[in-house]
Design a protein around this ligand. Structure first.
Ligand SMILES: O=P(O)(O)OC[C@H]1O[C@H](OP(=O)(O)OP(=O)(O)O)[C@H](O)[C@@H]1O
Ligand SMILES: O=c1[nH]c(=O)c2nc[nH]c2[nH]1
Ligand SMILES: [Mg+2]
Length: 175
């Protein structure tokens, strides 16, 4: 209806902002790899696209894993989560490496929020190890290894989604 305020996005509802720079993200991915090095070796890395592509590249490089596959899932339309759509499943070759259940495979994503995306991929590969860089409380139980937990009412801003811009001084009402 005309005049009605639009429904707030997940990002707006979150309230708190947690901006992450490229430097910070690289450091956090390296820290994640230190932990994963104790758990592996892994036959292959499965990146949950698109957000999982960047950490997957860094983690695979550090762990010396050269086989990387993707599972392509879309859910958030900018900031609002809708139904999950699997646009591309895990390849037959990667499935074979994981013995059909994901044993010895490493699933990587940038974060878990509600856990819906992670849950879906875990169902595809029940024996795989699931790692994310960041975790919110609702999704955290699904993850085997992560680096930083933020509260559920925090929105994480990734460096590939953001750009440097002018920020007004506090005195002028900046948050
Ligand atoms: O735990 P959940 O509530 O399911 O949310 C986490 C997922 O949401 C984001 O992906 P998104 O669907 O926005 O797609 P993208 O990776 O292509 O940005 C993020 O990269 C995770 O994959
Ligand atoms: O950039 C993002 N930041 C988040 O906190 C988040 N949660 C779900 N999907 C997300 N995407
Ligand atoms: Mg994603």
């Amino acid at each position: 209806m005309a005049g009605e305020a639009p429904e707030p996005s997940a990002q707006e509802r979150a309230g708190k902002a947690f901006p992450v720079s490229w430097d910070q993200f690289h450091r956090d991915c390296r820290a994640l790899t230190w932990r994963l090095n104790e758990v592996g070796p892994f036959h292959a890395v499965i990146a949950i696209t698109r957000g999982g592509l960047v950490p997957a590249a860094i983690v695979a490089r550090e762990l010396g894993v050269r086989v990387i596959d993707t599972v392509c899932i879309a859910s958030y339309d900018h900031t609002k989560q809708g139904d999950l759509h699997v646009l591309k499943g895990i390849s037959e070759a990667a499935m074979k490496l994981g013995g059909g259940t994901g044993k010895g495979l490493l699933i990587v994503d940038d974060l878990v929020d509600t856990g819906k995306t992670g849950k879906l991929v875990r169902e595809m590969l029940p024996d795989a190890h699931f790692a994310t860089v960041y975790a919110k409380p609702k999704g955290r139980p699904l993850v085997d290894t992560f680096i930083t937990e933020v509260s559920q009412d925090t929105w994480i801003f990734f460096p590939w989604d953001t750009a440097l811009s002018y920020h007004p001084p506090l005195r002028d009402g900046a948050a």
